[in-house]
Design a protein around this ligand. Structure first.
Ligand code: ANZ
Length: 859
């Protein structure tokens, strides 16, 4: 053995050489490759188990230790249950960290990236994870990103990839565009710099076309994904239903549409608001007086420096500029003054609102600040019962004004509180007396009849901005011709490979560094052969991870992105695990791309991940670990110190999967002692004298079989810590029998030791293999089937029940002490001896006193 365990590890492991065992079995696994997924000739049912693949930004950390442990537990479990398991690993290896590190060191991002991958790969090997190592992929390999480009072309053909100019989120520090999702509290998610708006022409994926499906299909994941994640996705998509209403604007050529969730309140509109940073505001202001134009310009400049979050903050003092223009209410012809105010956002709905101060708090705050009229149109004191209200009509068929409403007492103009509740319509012409729901339907009907409005939905979801002005990503496979056409690079010319980094300045400048790679950028139009320039931008790395789970199915295929046949066999992923930080973006994008591929006929499922688990974080002393705080627990260090199995057991035992685990509370010492005890049990069994016992220790057998009974459910419920606790209980119970009269020769001890090895494999696979070999079995325990519990041993306490027929005892039954009378009677009626004793006579009466007596009367 070449290993030299340090003293801490030797002390930890209670005398056995954890490192030696670990190296021995890792070598055997490397030789025999037992965890490779089976091919077509493998008839076992399939399971696709996947942990989110890592960024190769530095060494793996304790979060990874958890993530890959949990997925490995599940993968190993399904193999023991007779499944053909796919458990692959790869690297999400494009992106800013590599590029920034390269800039800092004046090096090629490739070097840094592939060095880190080698290091992480070695750690995962050392951790004993049962990956299928034949399927490793790296998204920064041309063999991978070529298929990102292929995907881009397929989306482009369908109008799902397009270019447009728009105000984008710009990180002045990273000098790159950020997706809305990457802006957190107005700051860059990565570097924390304050994000500003900048107008740029960018590539987008039209994810909004899938908004309804992305939302509706969440229902089918209920119960399989964390509820919190489903809710976050729902909020992110943010569907609102209501109406689009067209308002004519005096002196403006075309009507302006607003989106409202409350078209029922149309009669209560008293002014009109446009987003100051919208094109419409600029157009309207242009026609105003010089004084207003100046005021508007000043205001606009201020607004552009305000974050979207701040603009939406409810308790902020309202600001705005009257534009000296008027909109016409389509339902009653009233003139509504038009204001520019920053609480209306340019890119939500249509960037303009009809303001109904009586029933919308933001509008009310604004009206009170600028002394604008407030008109109540919903009497919220009037009762509305049930979903379908009863409307009383007078003799002429006109709804009767609800009685008892004293609107003065609820006047929002004086109370400052908008009336947002249910009620009956007032001051609303033909709508008076209707409930909100009916009024909405009626208004939409009326607007549709006159062509001035229609039912509409609006989403918070925006199209996915995918272009980045950075080097270390997938080049966008398009060329720009001199005459302004944008032409796709044909499939047979893919991949468009990244150039070498030599001579390129990667420091962010606001445009892609690839633009300066003259030789690379200069190309020809694939259609005409005329000179053209390559698109210098690269793709958001979320594109790479939006379909990687499909590439794992045929990772070395040079002819296609993934095999539809394999996708059919393996997909969708059965068990997906990762951090909650990916609850929105990555999952939403993967769901979108899966649906797009479904529509192309390339996959037969519409959701990529059938079940999802978010593991908690590993924290230290109650605080999040971070480099800057200097409170990092380093995975590789822990691995060297304790060995893989000790670390794995300690982590698995530390608490429920979803909970955060404080490293201060994680006991590697306890884990190591437990493993040493387990190994000693196996050794004791084999060194015990050969004595054949008719029956083993009943209590120990019960512990073993109850674990066989419960373990599958516990693992499927991801209650891994409970399984470890039960294993500890089993090892203790075994030790007790060994140390008592019967000793290690008791067959119950061997039975328990074998169970321990088979179940321990999920958590401490090296120790389990060692136990299995010690017990005389051939490797690998990782492939050995789990056992069925013996039902008779699951009975906690049994008693003898007496069965009488016509007052005479005709038999006895051994039954659980807590059997019900019904069950006991059924057992008695079915018992062979009793049936024989009855000899065909009919039972007329049964008196059952569970669990002791069943008494039948017959005739
Ligand atoms: C009139 C009205 C009356 C409204 C009322 C609400 C209550 P959600 O539910 O978030 O989708 N709105 C529309 N576009 C807007 C924009 N670009 N910026 C800010 N606010 C905007 O919100 C929809 C409501 O938000 C719309 O319905 C509109 O105000 C406002 F008693 O129209 B409502």
């Amino acid at each position: 053995m070449t290993s030299t365990p340090d003293t801490a590890a030797a002390a930890d492991s209670g005398g056995f050489d954890a490192h030696a065992i670990q190296e021995k079995w890792q070598r055997r696994w490397a030789e025999a490759d037992p965890f490779r997924a089976g091919g077509d000739d493998d008839t076992r049912p399939r399971k696709y188990v996947l942990a989110m693949f890592p960024y190769p930004s530095g060494d793996l950390h304790m979060g990874h230790a958890e993530n890959y442990l949990y997925s490995d537990i599940v993968a190993r479990f399904w193999r023991h249950r007779g499944h053909n398991v796919l458990n692959p690993i790869g690297w999400d290896s494009f992106g800013l960290p590599a590029e920034n590190a390269a800039i800092k060191r004046g090096a090629d991002p490739r070097e840094w990236t592939y060095e880190n991958i080698a290091q992480q790969r070695a750690s995962l090997h050392q951790y004993g994870v049962s990956f299928d190592w034949s399927r490793v992929l790296r998204t920064s390999d041309p063999e991978y990103y070529r298929w990102n480009q292929w995907l881009f072309q397929r989306l482009h053909e369908r109008g799902l990839a397009y270019r447009k100019e728009s105000a984008v989120n710009w990180c002045p520090n990273d000098q790159t565009v950020l997706a809305n999702e990457q802006v957190v509290d107005g700051r860059c998610e990565r570097c924390g710099a304050e994000v500003v708006k900048k107008k740029l022409t960018q590539w987008y994926f039209r994810i909004t076309q899938y908004a309804d499906r992305l939302l509706d299909d969440l229902n089918q994941l209920e119960g399989f994904w964390p509820h919190k994640v489903l809710q976050m996705q729902r909020n992110w998509i943010g569907r609102s239903t209501g109406a689009d209403i067209d308002f004519a604007i005096e002196g403006h050529p075309s009507p302006v549409t607003v989106f409202s969730t409350r078209p029922d309140t149309l009669h209560g509109a008293t002014f009109f608001v446009v987003a100051p940073d919208s094109d419409l505001a600029a157009e309207l202001a242009a026609g105003a007086s010089a004084e207003v134009r100046t005021r508007f310009q000043d205001y606009l400049e201020r607004v552009q420096k305000t974050s979207e979050i701040d603009r939406q903050t409810a308790d902020r003092a309202k600001t705005g500029v009257f534009l000296e223009r008027y909109a016409i209410n389509p339902i009653n012809g009233e003139r509504l003054p038009i204001w520019a105010a920053d609480y209306v956002l340019a890119d939500y709905g249509h960037g303009a609102v009809m303001a109904v101060p009586a029933h919308d708090q933001r509008d009310l705050d604004f009206a009170r600040a600028f002394d604008l009229p407030v008109r109540v149109v919903v009497d919220t004191t009037a009762p509305v019962t049930g979903a379908i209200p009863v409307i009383e009509l007078d003799d002429d068929g006109v709804p009767i004004e609800p009685e008892g409403a004293d609107l003065a007492t609820i006047d929002p103009a004086s109370t400052g509180v908008a009336l947002t509740g249910e009620g009956r319509m007032v001051n609303s012409g033909s709508l008076d007396g209707l409930s909100k729901r009916n009024a909405i339907a009626r208004v939409i009907e009326e607007l549709e009849a006159t062509g001035r409005g229609r039912a509409a939905k609006t989403y918070r979801l925006r199209d996915w901005l995918i272009s980045r002005q950075r080097f270390w990503g997938t080049p966008i496979p398009m060329v720009h011709t001199d005459d302004g056409r944008i032409v796709p690079v044909p499939d047979d010319q893919l991949p468009v490979q990244l150039p070498t980094v030599q001579g390129l300045d990667l420091t962010p400048k606001g445009s892609s560094p690839l633009g300066a790679a003259t030789e690379w950028v200069t190309t020809t139009d694939p259609e005409t052969g005329e000179p053209a320039r390559r698109d210098p931008d690269t793709m958001d790395t979320f594109v790479d991870s939006s379909w990687y789970f499909l590439r794992f199915l045929s990772p070395n295929d040079a002819a296609e992105a993934f095999s539809a046949r394999e996708a059919d066999k393996w997909g969708p992923v059965d068990f997906y695990i990762g951090g909650v930080e990916h609850a929105i973006l990555h999952l939403l994008y993967a769901r979108f791309i899966t649906k797009a591929l479904f529509d192309m006929g390339l996959v037969e499922f519409t959701e990529p991940f059938s079940s999802l688990i978010n593991q908690g974080m590993v924290i230290l002393g109650g605080a999040k670990m971070s480099k800057s705080k200097g409170n990092l627990v380093l995975f590789q260090e822990e691995l060297n110190l304790h060995g893989a199995d000790t670390l794995r057991v300690a982590l698995a035992f530390a608490g429920p999967v979803e909970d955060d685990k404080d490293w201060d509370d994680v006991s590697t010492t306890g884990a190591a002692k437990f493993l040493a005890r387990a190994l000693r049990v196996a050794a004791d069994v084999t060194s015990a004298p050969e004595v054949v016992w008719a029956e083993g220790d009943a209590a120990l057998r019960r512990v073993t079989h109850r674990l066989w009974q419960d373990a599958p459910t516990l693992v499927e419920q991801t209650k891994f810590n409970v399984v470890v606790a039960r294993l500890m209980e089993l090892v203790n119970a075994t030790r007790k029998v060994i140390d008592s009269g019967a000793g290690a020769a008791d067959p119950a001890v061997r039975e328990a030791a074998e169970a321990t090895a088979l179940i321990l494999d999920l958590f401490a696979p090296h120790t389990a293999e060692e136990m299995w070999a010690t017990l005389g079995y051939q490797p690998f325990v990782g492939l050995a089937p789990w056992r069925q519990p013996d039902a008779t041993l699951l009975v906690e306490e049994s008693v003898t029940a007496v069965v009488q027929i016509d007052g005479k005892v005709r038999g006895t039954l051994t039954v659980p002490a807590r059997i019900s009378s019904d069950e006991l009677e059924a057992l008695a009626r079915g018992d062979e001896r009793i049936v024989r004793s009855l000899a065909g006579r009919e039972i007329t009466r049964a008196v059952v006193r569970a669990p002791k007596v069943v008494s039948f009367s017959t005739r």
